[in-house]
Every structure is written in C-alpha cells, then in structure tokens.
Design a binder for this molecule. Structure first.
Ligand code: SAH
Length: 222
C-alpha cells in the first residue's frame, strides 16, 4: 500500500516495525512508563515533520520544523512526559512551545486537556491543521508569549515547557495547582538542565533531571 493511501499507519520507513525499533531504543535508554511508550508507538510522528524528512521521523533525533525551530528528539519527549506523569494523573496540562504539536499530541493521548502556547503564528497555524486532521480535539492552542503562561485557563495540574528559559518564569509557578508539577529546561545554551518543580503547601520543591539542549524561550510574539 502506498504512503498516500495510508498516511496515518505509514509504510517502509514510517511503518509499525520502524516505530517498534524506536520504542525499543527508548526502553534501552531508560524510559519505562508503558503508557508513554505506547503513545510513541501509536502516534504517527512522520506527520509532524516535512514530507522530505518523514523517513527520519522514527530516528531518535530532533528535526527542523522551520523558523529555526525543531521537533524535540523522541527520547526527550518521552523523558519529559514521563517526568510530568510520574505518580500522578494530571487532568489539565499547559504546554509552552507548541512547535510541531507532537509533544502536545503525546500529552493529549494521556491527559484530559492540553492547553498549548506558541509565539510563532505560522507554526501555530500548521499545528492546528495537523491536529485537526488527526482528530485530536482535546488540545487548545493560543498565540502568545508562553513565559506568561495562559492565565485564562489556570490553574494547571501540570506545565511542560519545550524551550529553555534563563530562569523559571514566576507566572508559570503561579499557574500551577497545589500538588501540581512543572517540567522545564533552564539555563544558558551549553549548560541547560531539565528541572522538575512541584508545588507543595509550603512552597516549591525542585530537582534536576540532568543536562539537556533546547532552543531558547524567546520574548514576545512573531
Ligand atoms: N514541543 C515542540 C518543540 C518545539 S521547539 C514539538 O514537539 O515540536 C520549541 C518551541 O517553543 C518553538 O516552536 C518556539 O517557537 C517556541 N517558543 C519559544 N519561546 C516561546 C515563548 N516565549 N512562548 C511560546 N512559545 C515559545
């Protein structure tokens, strides 16, 4: 069957076998949440990148999505999702940096509602079309500066940021529910670390999940 006839299930380099290989690799790299691995197996990542790059969609690498931005490496998507979900079942999640909407789609298959903010209008338009064609209807998109969160729908049980901040934006901490969790890369290029921050009754508890490399969280809308 040609890829055109079966775009969602894919064939050849986008087939189930190719996706199984990716899942095996993620497992070997330490991802162990079966819910997350299952979603990565099911979700057609090749539909979130340019057709010319589709044959690399199940390699464990970041790929360009235009405007100097990238779709995150599958390992990082899995790691962040696992960190957000560990020991809890968030209903309402805010994502900052929609990009291709791949991470948004992964989340949407695991939580109740996903609110996602992107600062580049053209990327947001493409993301909207893509999500529409995949019939993912529990994702709400917003054009804005994600450093400010999305106060209209706050508070959130979980917040996931997919671009690196110089420091944790106070607005994001304020938009977390008590018991909620923020997963965010923080720090300058070459020295970023992934942080997991939990809102407790007495304040915030922070721990590092190790070094990472993300595009920077930028100011304003474009
Ligand atoms: N989650 C995306 C990753 C995209 S890369 C994916 O799976 O494809 C990070 C994204 O964050 C880029 O699209 C970039 O435009 C966006 N971004 C950077 N700064 C931002 C800000 N202040 N507010 C919202 N989005 C931002």
């Amino acid at each position: 069957m040609s890829a055109n006839l079966d775009p969602i299930h894919g064939n050849g380099m986008t087939s189930l076998r190719t996706r199984q290989r990716l899942v095996k690799r993620l497992r070997a790299a330490g991802i162990c949440d079966e819910r997350v691995l299952d979603v990565i197996l099911t979700l057609p990542r090749h539909l979130f990148v340019d057709e010319a790059l589709a044959s690399h969609a199940y390699d464990d690498i970041a790929l360009p999505i235009g405007f100097g931005q990238t779709i995150s490496q599958p390992y990082i998507v899995a790691r962040m999702t696992e960190a957000l979900l560990a020991g809890m079942q968030p209903q309402k999640v805010l994502e900052i940096g929609t990009g291709s909407a791949y991470q948004s789609a992964v989340l949407a298959m695991l939580v109740g509602q996903v609110y996602s903010v992107e600062r580049i209008g053209k990327l947001l338009e493409r993301a909207r079309e893509r999500l529409w064609s995949l019939a993912l209807t529990n994702i709400y998109l917003h054009l804005g500066d994600g450093r400010l969160g999305w106060p209209a729908h706050a508070p959130y049980d979980g917040i996931l940021v997919t671009a690196a901040a110089a420091e944790i934006p106070a607005e994001l901490l304020q938009q977390l529910t008590a018991g909620g969790r923020l997963v965010i890369p923080v720090g300058p290029p070459q020295a970023q670390e992934l942080l997991q921050v939990e809102r407790k009754s007495f304040g915030f508890m922070e721990r590092s999940l190790g070094p990472v490399s993300f595009v920077p969280l930028m100011a304003g809308v474009s």
